[in-house]
Every structure is written in structure tokens, then in C-alpha cells.
Write a protein that binds this ligand. Structure first.
Ligand code: NAD
Length: 406
């Protein structure tokens, strides 16, 4: 019986297991490892950070979708993979050996070595981190009652990529609730996005990008652009404006909540395993395996896949993670059964939609541009689709977004 080890129960890992279980029953034994006993919908972390949703609404038990005859679950942290001996080292359990390994350990917040970023800002790359942001915000609002320090009411988000923008929108929705805790009018709570780019939302054309930026402004979200952050001090973001000399005096903006969303990199286990990677992402082969190792699949945020134009890898999204998982399951099942392997992996994006709060969004989907409420509807449908793909009807009914009519 072949041994398949899947590392990580995020979108990519859990979907690989769910798809494989059906294909290799009785012919392979699957072992799934994750540090948590729950799966979480990473695209919804901003809802937990803002307090708009409890963590229980974006998580479900991993065991819910496992078939105990085919799959064993181990809750533990992966230390490293040794491709030479086909072994996985875990923190608290014995080493695992495999015929095929699927590494799907997801992402961590990337701070690019910027001074003080780790110590003085809050990342949002896991449920625990999202909960910590919400707890911090509530504490600052409570503090304000005592301190009357305006900085307790100020929130800065470093990095205005999709993560930063979606978080800003969710926080705008949360203002009323937060203001009540502080005992102030919601207009006194300020949200500021700071980003190095001159033009936000580079993946969209001018019209759609302007729409997105105006949406943020309408919600009273301030945007400081062309601001390259170079240091974070307690309660202070220091940045250099585009075009200024290196020795020019830094600008600063103050807030007692500073959140770090300047991008992500693949799990550190990738470099700890000595795999060739850039920002924790390994350039995959046509079969989604690591270069020179056809038995080690790299899927989701630890992988980079080049589109046919070969310019830059596809951005990491839940959608591509699920698509890679489906392919990896098909490829491994074919090999377990001694059948013909599928042709090389290809990806067709269904679109990209960013939400700005609960009822507004914008993006490109199914070849069209969408704005406002219709885009928000599509966004929730996309999220429900990914939830259903792995969690099935049970998780969709329990955790799906059906607040479609406002
Ligand atoms: P990102 O890399 O897309 O954006 C990071 C932003 O931070 C950029 O705008 C960059 O200019 C800015 N930045 C980086 N360093 C900086 C510095 N020192 N000073 C100032 N600004 C700085 O990262 P992300 O938003 O975390 O997204 C990660 C991936 O996840 C992306 O591929 C994104 O498309 C995807 N994502 C998709 C969705 C969605 O589909 N709705 C939602 C969230 C994330």
C-alpha cells in the first residue's frame, strides 16, 4: 500500500486529501498533518480581525471531512522534509516516511526585514493573529475611555494590497461597534492605509482601480501612497516619500494600532528543508512537483506556477490553491493506480474580486467588470464555492455567507 503524506490542512492540503480519499481508497494510506485541529478560510481573516465575524464562523474541524478508513490525522508542527530519505520530521511525533508527499503549508506574514515591524506591528496571517488584532483593538478602545489619547482611536494598515484593502473595508464596517466601546462618535475612529505604490490595485485597469480607491475614500479611509515604510516604532510608522533622497528626514504617522499587511511568503519549512525557493515559494514543474523531485508536490502558497507568458508567477489565491490540489490528487491517484498521468498543469482564473466591507466589492469575474453590490454578491458566491469544494454541504450550510440581500 502506497504512503501519501499531506502537510497542511489549508485550502490546498485539505482539498488534496478530500479529492484523494475518493480516488485511492484501499490502495493508499493518507496521513495529514497540521498544527491545528481546524481548517480556516484564510480569505476571511479580516472579518475576524475586525470582529465582524467570530473565529468559529470561518473555521471547521479537520476531522469533519476525513474518511478514517483512508486518512489518519496528526496534529503537530512540521519541522522539515528530507527529500533524499523521503522523510518528514515532526515536532512531537516520530518521523513519517512517504512514497508521495504534498507540501501545502501555506503562508506567513513577510516583513522584508524592516526594522521594528515584527516587534511593533500586528500581522494577520492566521486565525490566532486575526484574533489578537481584534483583542488589541478592543483594548485600545477601552483604553481611550481612560487615556483620552486620540492615538488609541487610530488604526494604520501597512500595505494596501488586497489584504490591506479588505481589512480596511471590514474595519470601516466595525467602526460603529468599536466607537461604542470607546464612547465616541464613529467618525472619530480613523483608518489609514500606507503603501509604497503610486497606483494601488495594479492588477486592475485604471477605471476599476479608481473605483476601488474612491470606494475606500467614501468610507473615510485615508490613503498615504508613495510611502516606502522603513521602520516601525511603538505607535509610529516611519516612511520615505517616493523620489526623496536616502538621507532625507523620514516622515511619520502615529497610531496605537499598527497592522502589517505588506505581503506574504511561503512557510519557513520550505527553506528549512533546503528547497530552492524565492520568498518561500518553489518554482513547480509541469506536474506541480519540486524541481528534481517528482515525488514531492508543492501546492498552494509554497509554490510558484508560471503562466504561459512566463513573465511572473500567478498570484497566490485560494482559487489557485484549490485548483492545484485537484490536479495533485489526480496525478498522485494515477501513479498509485499505475495509470496514465494527466497532462501538464494549467490554470484558468475565474476572476479576482476584492470586498470592501460587507456590501461593497469590485473586481473582474467571468470576463466582466463588477462593482458595488453585484460584486459583493459574486464575492460571497466565490467564497461559498471554495467552502463547498472542501467542506461539502455540511460546512457550506454551517459557515456559508448567505447574507446576500441587504
Ligand atoms: P500584496 O503583495 O498583494 O500587497 C502588499 C502591498 O504592500 C503592496 O501594495 C506593496 O506596495 C505594499 N508594500 C510592501 N512593502 C512595503 C513597504 N515597505 N512600504 C510600503 N508599502 C509596502 O500582499 P497581500 O495583500 O497580502 O496579498 C497576498 C496575495 O494574496 C496576493 O497575491 C493577493 O492577490 C492575494 N489575495 C487575494 C485576495 C482576493 O482575491 N480577494 C484577498 C487577499 C489577498
Amino acid at each position: 500500500m502506497k504512503k501519501i503524506v499531506v502537510l497542511g490542512a489549508g485550502y490546498a492540503g485539505l482539498k488534496t486529501v478530500v479529492a484523494l480519499q475518493k480516488k485511492v481508497r484501499g490502495q493508499a494510506q493518507i496521513t495529514l498533518v497540521d498544527q491545528n485541529d481546524y481548517h480556516y478560510e484564510a480569505t476571511d481573516l479580516h472579518e475576524v480581525a475586525s470582529g465582524n465575524l467570530p473565529a468559529s464562523k470561518i473555521t471547521y474541524p479537520i476531522q469533519d471531512v476525513l474518511n478514517s478508513e483512508t486518512t489518519t490525522f496528526i496534529q503537530d508542527r512540521v519541522v522539515k522534509v528530507d527529500p533524499a530519505t523521503k522523510t518528514v520530521k515532526l515536532t512531537h511525533h516520530d518521523d513519517l516516511t512517504y512514497d508521495y508527499c504534498v507540501m501545502a503549508l501555506g503562508f506567513v506574514s513577510e516583513n522584508f526585514g524592516i526594522k521594528g515591524a515584527t516587534e511593533n506591528s500586528l500581522p494577520m496571517a492566521s486565525v490566532e493573529e486575526a484574533k489578537a488584532i481584534h483583542e488589541h483593538l478592543v483594548n485600545k478602545m477601552k483604553d481611550y475611555q481612560r487615556t483620552q489619547d486620540k492615538n488609541d482611536l487610530k488604526i494604520i494598515i501597512c500595505g494596501a494590497g488586497f489584504t490591506g484593502i479588505e481589512l480596511a473595508g471590514a474595519l470601516a464596517d466595525a467602526k460603529r461597534r468599536l466607537a461604542k466601546i470607546a464612547g465616541v462618535d464613529p467618525s472619530q475612529i480613523s483608518i489609514t492605509l500606507v503603501d509604497a505604490a503610486s497606483r494601488l490595485l495594479p492588477m486592475f485597469d485604471d477605471k476599476l482601480a479608481n473605483y476601488g480607491v474612491n470606494l475606500l475614500k467614501k468610507l473615510d479611509i485615508k490613503i498615504v501612497s508613495e510611502a516606502l515604510i522603513s521602520e516601525i516604532q511603538p505607535g509610529l510608522v516611519l516612511y520615505k516619500k517616493k523620489g526623496e533622497d536616502d538621507d532625507a528626514q523620514l516622515h511619520d504617522v502615529a497610531a496605537n494600532t499598527i497592522i502589517w499587511t505588506t505581503g506574504v511568503s511561503g512557510s519557513p519549512v520550505v527553506s528549512d528543508s533546503d528547497l530552492p525557493a524565492r520568498r518561500g515559494r518553489v518554482m513547480d514543474t509541469d506536474h506541480l512537483t519540486a524541481p528534481d523531485d517528482d515525488d514531492l508536490y508543492m501546492v498552494g502558497d509554497v509554490a510558484a506556477v508560471m503562466p504561459p507568458d512566463g513573465k511572473r508567477p500567478y498570484p497566490t489565491t485560494a482559487q489557485i490553491a484549490l485548483s492545484m490540489a485537484n490536479y495533485a490528487a489526480k496525478d498522485i491517484a494515477a501513479r498509485v493506480k499505475g495509470g496514465q498521468r494527466p497532462g501538464k498543469y494549467t490554470y484558468k482564473s475565474l476572476g479576482t474580486v476584492a470586498s470592501v466591507g460587507n456590501t461593497r466589492a469590485f473586481g473582474v469575474a467571468m470576463g466582466g467588470h463588477y462593482r458595488g453590490y453585484p460584486a459583493s454578491f459574486i464575492k460571497k458566491m466565490i467564497m461559498n464555492k471554495s467552502l463547498f469544494e472542501t467542506g461539502g454541504v455540511k460546512e457550506l450550510m454551517a459557515k456559508g455567507r448567505f447574507d446576500l440581500y441587504h
